[in-house]
Ligand binder design. Structure first.
Ligand SMILES: *Cc1c(COP(=O)(O)O)cnc(C)c1O
Length: 422
């Protein structure tokens, strides 16, 4: 590992030499009662607000006030094609071609809509595989999909689990499950970056293994989009979905992103739940035409989208466009390595980082297990304005975000954690 040093001066030096340090000022950082910035490490849960978001939303409010329905065509950013303004930037963030990406709905809803197309079970091939530590919403989504099709989740939901006494997944274990049951599995739905451990899985390998057995492969990128560079197109996965309020800083409950691989762009045989926004743009407003699905990921849209929410996404994506994922990831690797170094330097036998040590197998988040701790530790951190995330039974999830976290934030966070540890 790169040799870091455990002094505040050294952290300040790293900040001075950080080409992205000025972007912290592009965000609102919450402050304590004395006006000091919180140490905010939950960009993996709700990203901070870009200062440009407010004016982007105001633009649409003003155009609505001035133009009413005419805003669909006459607004500065016409609402009719508004989602198209987001596509290229969003595609770049996840490594996709524009035809493969659309911003629509919310994440769990999108998983269901995508499963309408990519989970078509038969009596012989009816199972879904997820990782055992899948986010609850994903688990509920696949359980209810199975039930909807008349299958019992107790029999048809297969879990890829860590080995006894371990927290991380081994690809060899997935290979083994597929070797034994692949012919019965219709769909693999996997978190590309696991929300709990922070493990970043090899999407290309998962797609190869799944496809070799005739399974469809879908990826939940909620913890990947804006964090790692997933190269979705090249990975070959069939579909992916993510939200925009975590690393993509687009505000609570904001719309999600969807990827459907280009190989399906003109496939009109896939089942889907359609709406008027699925319709070919040339005839969408004739209102009397039979359904003619628009090509690409856009063909999965149903409704005309909420522009105010999209305005927030637009403002955020402009920042991503300006900096680019390559530079963000470069800083992220360093920032997380620094956090890892400081935690390990504490030499405290009560704590252990469960996230992979290999930087290529993780994003910015480190999941820190604190033996015999309880939520009280998390509360004390919060009382000290260190905002982290607690997951039962004993894990603190800490995500230094390259856009707005500094090396100084990381230094101070570990200093406070150290003082609170047994
Ligand atoms: C955040 C998150 C969700 C939340 O889904 P919403 O539908 O946006 O509320 C679902 N799955 C994963 C893996 C997540 O990280």
């Amino acid at each position: 590992m790169k040799a870091f040093k455990s002094h505040l001066d050294y952290a300040l030096d790293l900040d001075r030499n950080d080409a992205l340090s000025s972007y912290r000022n592009a965000f609102h950082i919450p402050k304590d009662e004395n006006g000091n910035d919180w140490l905010y490490f939950t960009g993996n849960s709700l990203g901070l607000q870009p200062k440009s978001t407010k004016s982007a939303i105001e633009q649409e409010l003003n155009d609505w006030a001035k133009l009413g329905v005419e805003g669909h065509f006459e607004a500065k950013n016409p609402w009719m094609p508004y989602h198209e303004f987001l596509t290229e930037s969003m595609a770049k963030i996840v490594g996709a071609n524009p035809i493969e990406v659309v911003v629509m709905n919310t994440l769990t809803a999108n998983l269901h809509f995508l499963m309408v197309s990519f989970f078509n079970p038969t009596a012989k091939r009816c199972k879904i595989l997820i990782e055992s530590d899948a986010f609850p919403s994903d688990r509920y989504a696949v359980e209810t999909q199975l039930e909807f099709h008349g299958f019992d989740p107790n029999e048809c939901l297969i879990e890829w689990t860590p080995r006894a006494g371990e927290s991380l997944l081994h690809i060899e274990d997935l290979e083994k499950i597929l070797e034994e049951q692949g012919h019965e599995i219709a769909l693999l739905l996997i978190g590309g970056v696991n929300y709990y451990t922070g493990q970043y899985l090899d999407l290309k390998k998962i797609a190869e293994l799944g496809h070799a057995k005739g399974c469809k492969v879908g990826i939940d990128l909620a913890h990947g989009a804006g964090n790692i560079q997933p190269d979705l197109h090249d990975s070959g996965v069939d579909f992916a979905a993510w939200c925009s309020y975590k690393y993509l800083n687009s505000g609570p409950g904001s719309l999600g992103g969807v990827f459907v691989h280009e190989r399906y762009a003109h496939d009109k045989t896939l089942k889907r739940f359609a709406g008027w926004w699925s319709q070919n743009k040339a005839t969408r407003f004739d209102m009397r035409q039979p359904l003619d699905i628009t090509p690409g990921a856009e063909g999965w849209q149903l409704s005309n989208p909420p522009i105010l929410s999209m305005a927030a996404i637009k403002a955020s994506l402009e920042l991503f466009n300006e900096v680019g994922m390559t530079a963000l990831r470069e800083k992220s690797l360093k920032l997380t390595a620094y956090l890892e170094y400081l935690i390990n330097s504490l030499n405290n036998p009560h704590i252990q980082i469960i996230t992979p040590k290999d930087p290529n197998q993780r994003g910015c988040q480190l999941s820190i297990q604190v033996k015999n701790a309880n939520k009280n530790l998390h509360k004390k951190l919060t009382d000290n304005h260190v905002i982290t995330d607690w997951r039962e039974p004993d894990v603190i999830r800490c995500a230094p975000v390259p856009f707005y976290n500094s090396f100084e934030d990381v230094f101070r966070m570990v200093e406070i954690l150290n003082a609170l540890l047994p």
